[in-house]
Ligand binder design. Sequence first.
Ligand code: 5GP
Length: 206
Amino acid sequence: MREHGILVVVSGFSGAGKGTIMRELLNRYDNYALSISATTRQPRQGEIHGREYFFVTEEEFLRMIDDNKLIEYTRYVNHYYGTPSGYVLEQMAAGRDVILEIEIQGALNIKKKFPEAVLLFVAPPSAEELRRRLLGRGTEEPRVIEARLRRAVEESEGMDRYDYLLINDDLDRCVEETHQLIQAQRRKISNNMEFIRRIQNELRDI
Ligand code: 5GP
């Protein structure tokens, strides 16, 4: 019997470093798969269609919604973002834990649909550090950075809806902690009821 993987939702303020943590997690362990979202925003410099995102038109995105091809979606800073369902369900069935790097509305929708999902929130050590990282990235105009900081204020109010907090001060420690948390979630009794029922039946018949 093959064990199903679980969904790992990772949110965090833009610039908190969640992308780096997840990339490193995928490098170190082979039981993870990263979901690639669809979005209507323009690619940033260096981003490639099918790697960071599937960049689609608004019309294409709306069609995906109509055709039920997204397990969740939301509008964020004037653009649509959504998780295509095919790859995610396929990888979970193959036993991999699938990582979704999404914002809070999507995270809460996922938890409703998949109660066994684990919701992780990545935060920098302080607000000042967040501003510094956003400026240092140099990929956005000041206007966009301000919009992201304002959005961070809103998002910080939803942090208590998550299961675990990851403070990204030391990458190596953060990656290990993330791995441990995900594996612990897989072992939760409530996520293993199928196994438990099976072994209970087997024991009765022995
Ligand atoms: P960015 O434009 O910086 O790549 O992403 C903006 C925000 O959208 C980030 O918080 C990111 O996690 C979130 N996001 C990316 N893909 C998805 C998705 O498929 N669904 C949802 N709900 N949010 C997403």
